[in-house]
Design a protein around this ligand. Structure first.
Ligand code: F6R
Length: 252
């Protein structure tokens, strides 16, 4: 079932997304969270930290798995996703860091690291709620437009457009790693719920294509139309601009 929630602005998206995540944690204190990086969830992480500092939410038993990591960056590298998670969430909550899992970008054999990550995911079981952002080209995690949908964790070449988009976090474009380890789409579809966040007009076009266009590996997020669990899409007015024009009846 797909539920589309259109809110006024990014702040409201962050607050609502944090509420959805915290409900899952309250219901199941040892919930397995599927986490994402990027700009979109930063505000939601801040709201979760606030809930924790207010004494409303504990992450003591929570476990987490991240979607992806750059190849070549060690966990303590300032641009690694491991460092992103520490700085944007983990350092400020009571989660046991031993229960937080991210592919190791510094592994000497990245293919073997993909394999290791899959075995880990098998052991941890189904993700209770998988958080996703969406790339301008429709990627989810680092599953880029392709001729087929990936199943398991894979080593991926980032497209030029993704490298360009992510260069905003680096001193220059040539410092952006060109490869990443990414959870496969098959893995993402195994989770019990998916929470997809989108903010800003730049996502309006691709969000409409992904949720209402053809289901094709050229738009990896379009597979979410076939997802069997609960798909909750929370976005702001600018991100929902095209959907509102074409499918206003679908908005909750
Ligand atoms: C990050 C990830 C990516 C981002 C996507 C959107 O872990 O998996 O798919 O969700 O690139 O990024 P932002 O939020 O920066 O627009």
């Amino acid at each position: 079932m797909m539920k589309l929630i259109c809110l006024k602005n990014e702040r409201e998206v962050s607050i609502r997304a944090a509420e959805i995540m915290s409900e899952v944690i309250k219901e199941r204190p040892n919930a397995l969270l599927g986490l994402a990086t990027g700009s979109t969830p930063v505000g939601m992480y801040r709201e979760l930290i606030k809930k924790h500092l207010d004494g409303e939410l504990s992450f003591k038993e929570v476990r987490s798995v991240n979607l992806d990591e750059y190849v070549g960056l060690a966990p303590d590298h300032i641009q690694s996703y491991a460092d992103f998670m520490a700085k944007n969430l983990f350092d400020y909550i009571d989660i046991n860091k031993e229960n937080t899992f991210i592919p190791n970008g510094a592994a000497t054999d990245p293919e073997a690291e993909c394999e290791r990550y899959d075995r880990l995911l098998d052991r941890l079981g189904r993700v209770d709620i998988q958080l996703l952002g969406i790339g301008h080209n429709g990627h989810i995690a680092f599953n880029e437009p392709d001729v087929c949908f990936t199943k398991d964790t894979t080593l991926v070449n980032l497209t030029d457009s993704t490298v360009k988009a992510n260069s905003r976090f680096f001193a220059s474009e040539d410092q952006v790693p060109k490869e990443a380890i990414s959870m496969g789409i098959g893995r993402i579809l195994r989770s019990k719920r998916v929470l997809l966040l989108a903010t800003g007009e730049g996502k309006a076009d691709i969000l409409e294509k992904a949720l209402f266009g053809s289901v094709t590996p050229e738009v990896p997020a379009s597979i979410l139309q076939f997802y069997q669990g609960d798909l909750i899409v929370v976005g702001d007015e600018p991100a929902f601009k095209i959907i509102k024009q074409k499918h206003s009846e679908a908005i909750f």
